[in-house]
Design a protein around this ligand. Structure first.
Ligand SMILES: [Zn+2]
Ligand SMILES: [Zn+2]
Length: 248
């Protein structure tokens, strides 16, 4: 390869690697290896920590910082574009810097690969924080969000403690997987569990699952709770699920 001389710093291709017409350092400094947005808005729920992405609410992680990190990895990866002639870029690291109630600044380290050369560039991204309450938390607050209730009870009074513990474990599991479908879980003093559920068909499929797993007996009833805007009747579905027959 013929020798190149960097037009910015004057070094030669014999002493430093080149990207295009520039030495690697000047290329990174003056052209950069990637274009990424410098601002982004982050709308999240004050109560449960979920956040809005492409119009959908997505579960948050353990802390705001963890959630932001995971959001930025998705968002920046989606938005970033390599600077010609670099083809391959990826996020190497995200570090949070100053923050206050309304914004967080992050340093995003991007790496790019060019002819076996690994190039690294730090970018600054300002994240505007919009605190709000997600639809699920607000429906819990207003108690208007559920349209079905599953009432889990024992066949003859109490549910045996082992079985009760097992059912509770399973419900926790289901809740974690089906974000938002089960709005509230209420344990009854006389040993039963009520599940407040958003949607009739989800409630039915859940009741069917309990029926099969615990050989439960289920009974569906409806209660009229109002009239929809289109004039149709609005009813709440109650499903009684009796479990524990085998234990008696
Ligand atoms: Zn140079
Ligand atoms: Zn929420």
């Amino acid at each position: 390869m013929p020798e190149k001389v960097c037009p910015v710093c004057g070094r030669s291709s014999n002493e430093v690697e080149f990207v295009d017409r520039f030495c690697r350092d000047c290329f990174i400094k003056y052209k950069g290896i990637a274009k990424i947005p410098d601002k982004v808005e982050f709308t999240y729920c004050n109560i449960c920590g979920s956040y809005k992405y492409l119009g959908q609410w997505v579960s948050g992680l353990n802390s705001l910082e963890e959630t932001l990190d995971s959001f930025l990895r998705i968002y920046v990866t989606e938005k970033m574009r390599p600077v010609n002639p670099i083809k391959e870029i990826y996020i190497k690291n995200i570090e949070f810097m100053e923050s206050n109630q309304n914004f967080v600044n992050a340093r995003i380290t991007i790496e790019g690969i060019y002819n076996n050369l690994v190039l690294k560039e730090d970018k600054l991204l300002s994240i505007q924080l919009n605190k709000t309450i997600c639809p699920i938390c607000s429906s819990i607050k207003t108690q208007r969000g559920y349209n079905a209730i599953i009432q889990i009870r024992g066949y003859l009074g109490k549910i045996p403690p082992d079985l009760y513990a097992e059912v509770k474990r399973e419900i926790t599991d289901i809740m974690n997987r089906s974000r938002g479908e089960i709005i509230k879980v209420e344990e009854m003093k006389n040993n039963g569990i009520d599940l407040y559920i958003r949607d009739h068909s989800y409630a039915r499929s859940l009741a069917l699952k309990f029926k099969q797993e615990y050989m439960a007996k289920t009974i569906e009833t409806y209660k009229l709770i109002g009239v929809n805007k289109d004039g149709s009747r609005k009813s709440r579905l109650y499903i009684s699920v009796r479990i524990g027959e085998l234990y008696h």
